[in-house]
Write a protein that binds this ligand. Structure first.
Ligand code: GRE
Ligand code: ZN
Length: 323
């Protein structure tokens, strides 16, 4: 399929590139590093070769979320957003952007989002999970009360947000001790990100802001596969859960998922049955994943051509108001 839109596509700046090194074996790091910092060579070549017309770019992980010092987080977020805006201005037909936000300071984060949307033309924001705030071991999840005004400001701008993975802090997750191969994208990313997403969905956030839309990568980090059980259990007793509806209702009215890094037809079909074809969008997760692997699978997987067009392009056009 030509003219696909992809929306979990990452870049890095000098101040954040180091965060990605732990995810690459030494012999591939030089290549990955180059691809994260590149905007005009391999990135465009790969998009052209495998039929992606437009990529919405976002900073690597955890980047701003991992900078406990709020002033520094604010500075790095602004730098990254300015770099991205400059690259979009050079190729507005090929690149869009998600803002990086210093969630360590919710008021500044709201103002930076407003700047990115109204002045830089970004399509929303992407957060890499929880933020470390003040010191390395203090974490904030965004269902916390101090984010109420941030969410009101974000919802008023009318743009979606992407909840992207990061690893849990080792000190808080001894279950990975001695089995570090399960951290990162193997498994820990999905566990960490799905719980954060479920926290937001069950917090009443989407009752207060019913038009707000959250995007999850990797086919929803496991949530669509398990949503029936979640609501089945909660139907027996809500255990103090403050939201108005069932969590599956929010999945079907406030959540979109992408194919990033999860190029598998049974998973796609299961997600289609659970969420319908309006809430699934193509993505690669470049440069951590290859356009080739994503496109070789997606362009020929066994779905209707109507669904392929929706998932490959039209759902994203509608969600982001693209021409
Ligand atoms: C990502 O951001 O999507 C990512 C990483 C590290 C490894 C794999 C991966 O940050 O997909
Ligand atoms: Zn990613």
């Amino acid at each position: 399929m030509k003219d696909k839109i992809a929306l979990e596509e990452h870049f890095a700046i000098d101040l954040t590139i180091g965060d990605s090194e732990v995810y690459a074996r030494p012999e591939v790091w030089t290549g990955l590093r180059g691809k994260l910092l590149d905007f005009e060579q391999q990135r465009i070549e790969q998009m052209d070769a495998w039929g992606t017309a437009y990529s919405i770019l976002s900073l690597n992980s955890p980047a701003v979320q991992g900078i406990a010092d709020a002033a520094r987080a604010i500075e790095v977020a602004r730098r990254a957003n300015d770099v991205l805006a400059e690259q979009i201005a050079r190729r507005p037909q090929r690149f869009g952007g998600f803002a990086a936000l210093p969630m360590q300071d919710p008021e500044v984060a709201a103002r930076e989002l407003e700047r990115c949307v109204t002045q830089l033309g970004f399509h929303g924001f992407l957060v890499n999970g929880f933020s470390q705030v003040g010191d390395e071991r203090t974490v904030a999840y965004y269902d916390a009360p101090q984010y109420a005004d941030f969410w009101a400001a974000a919802a008023a701008l009318g743009k979606p947000f992407y909840m992207h993975p990061r690893d849990p802090l080792p000190a808080r997750e001894p279950i990975y001790d001695g089995a570090h191969w399960l951290t990162g994208p193997t498994w820990a990313f999905a566990v960490e990100t799905s719980i954060h997403a479920l926290r937001l969905m069950s917090s009443g956030l989407f009752d207060r802001h019913p038009a707000l839309q959250m995007i999850l990568g990797h086919f929803g980090e496991g949530i669509p596969f398990n949503i029936w059980r979640v609501d089945h259990i909660l139907r027996k007793g809500r255990r103090g859960m403050p939201c108005d509806r069932e969590i599956g209702d929010y999945l079907r009215s406030n959540v979109h998922v992408t194919t990033s890094g999860n190029f598998r037809t049974p998973t796609l079909l299961s997600t289609l049955l659970e969420m319908g074809s309006d809430r699934i969008m193509y993505s690669v997760d470049y440069p951590f994943e290859k356009h080739e692997d994503a496109a070789r699978w997606f362009d020929h997987c066994e779905i209707s051509e109507n669904d392929r067009r929706k998932i490959g392009r039209d759902n994203a056009r509608t969600l982001f108001g693209l021409p």
